[in-house]
Design a protein around this ligand. Sequence first.
Ligand SMILES: Cc1cc2nc3c(=O)[nH]c(=O)nc-3n(C[C@H](O)[C@H](O)[C@H](O)COP(=O)(O)O)c2cc1C
Length: 361
Amino acid sequence: MSWPYSLLFNSAFRRMDPERAHELAFSLIERAGKVPVLRDVVQGAVAPYLGQRSGGPGSVRLFGRVVPAPFGLAGGFDKNARAVRGLTMLGFGFIEIGTVTAHAQPGNEKPRMWRELDVRGVRNRMGFNNEGAAAAADRLRALRSTATGRAIVVGANIGKTKVTPPEEAAADYATSARLLAPWADYLVVNVSSPNTPGLRDLQATESLRPILQAVRAAADEANATAAGGRRIPLLVKIAPDLADDDIDAVADLVLELGLDGVVAVNTTIGHDRGPGGLSGPPLLGRGIEVVARLRERLGTGPVIIGVGGITRADDVRAYLRAGADLTQGYTSFVYEGPLWASRINRALTRSAGSTASGRYE
Ligand SMILES: Cc1cc2nc3c(=O)[nH]c(=O)nc-3n(C[C@H](O)[C@H](O)[C@H](O)COP(=O)(O)O)c2cc1C
C-alpha cells in the first residue's frame, strides 16, 4: 500500500461500512471516467501500456483481441457496467462486468460485506445485487459506440436470478447471454458464487451441461443478427471449494462442449469467519492449485483466467506459471488503492517475455 492511500484507508475507509466505502470509491471512479480530458491524462500517466493496443510487451492475444496487459478486474466490482472507462483509466488490462442476472434484483439484506483486516481479505454475501441484463447491455452498447470504448476488452459475467427455480436456470442464463453477447468480448457463466441458494450445485456436470448449451445457442443466435455472426468465447467460473475430481469433471465438460475456457476461482466458503464467501490472500494457494490442475487436464487449447488472492505482480506470475493466460483481482484493490492495477501491470509489461505462455507477445 502506498503511503497516501494508506493514510486515506486508515483515516477514512476503514472507519466506514465496507459497502458504503465501495459505493463512494466506485462513484468517484465512474465519474472521473466520464470526463474525457481527465480520463486521458490519468490513463496516459498511470497506464501507458494501454496505449499499445496493437500489442506491446506483455500483451496477450486472446478472444480475437489484443489484451494490452495480463491483469484485469474480476467480476463483482462493476456489476452494472457503469464504470468500465474509469476502471480502464486506472490500468486494468481488461474488465469483467457483472455478475448480471436476467432480471434486476436487490441482493441479500445488509450488512453483506465485511473486511477481514487480519488477512487483508473481504467476506461477502451480496447475492448478485444488480440492475439486470438489459440495463448492463444498454451501457455496453453505448460504450461500443465509440472507438475508445470498442478498444477496451470487456467480459460479461452472468448468473441465475434468485427467484428462478433450478429447472429454469438454463433459460434464465440464456436470456442474459442473448442480451449481452453482442457487446462483450467474452461471456462467463458463473455457477460458483456461494450467495445464491443452490447456485453452486449447478457446477455438477449434469446440471451445467444444459446451461452451457443453452447459453451457447442463445449467444450464437443473438450474434448472428446483431454482431455479424461473431462467435463469442464462452467460459465457466468455478469455486475453489470443488473437490479435485469435480474440477476434472468440469474440465472434461469444457473439452466435450468445445467451451473456450475457465475462470478460477470464486470466493471460498472454507472458513469460520461468519456468513458469505472469503476472498483475498487466503485464496492464493488454492487458486493457483486449481489453475494448475485445470491446465493439466485441459491441455493447451482452452483459456484459463486465474483469480484469487492476487496482491502483487509476483502473484500474477505464479498464476501464469501454473497455466493461466490472464489474471484478475478484486479484494486487494480495497487495501492497495487506485494505483494497484497499474503497479502490477507496469511490472508485468516491463518483465514481459519471462511470463511464458504461447499467447504472450
Ligand atoms: C464484494 C465481492 C463481490 C463479488 N461479486 C462477484 C460477482 O458478482 N460475480 C463473480 O463472479 N465473482 C464475484 N466476486 C468474486 C471475485 O470476482 C473473485 O473471484 C474473488 O474475490 C477472488 O479474487 P480476489 O481474491 O482478488 O478478490 C466478488 C468478490 C467480492 C469481494
